[in-house]
Design a protein around this ligand. Structure first.
Ligand code: FES
Length: 74
């Protein structure tokens, strides 16, 4: 897989996801979450808005420490 990093030149976090939109907002109904869902906070996932583990490679390449927010039902 191609290595992707935040661009130090542009300063953008989001390099790929729905860039034609002024602001990327996602609405998820809590009823649609089965048991738990992991939402991406690193902007590197290929399954937005869900975490696909891409934060691991990003952290390894950059020394960052980002990870998902996990929403779970009780
Ligand atoms: Fe972005 Fe996991 S892929 S937080």
């Amino acid at each position: 897989a191609a290595q992707r990093r935040c661009s130090p030149k542009s300063g953008r976090c989001n390099e790929t996801i729905r860039k034609h939109e002024a602001k990327v907002v996602d609405m998820i109904d809590v009823e649609d979450i089965a048991e738990k869902a992991a939402f991406c906070r690193c902007w590197k996932t290929k399954n937005w808005p869900y975490c696909d583990g891409s934060h691991g490679e990003h952290n390894k390449q950059t020394g960052d420490n980002v990870g998902p927010v996990v929403v779970k039902k009780k």
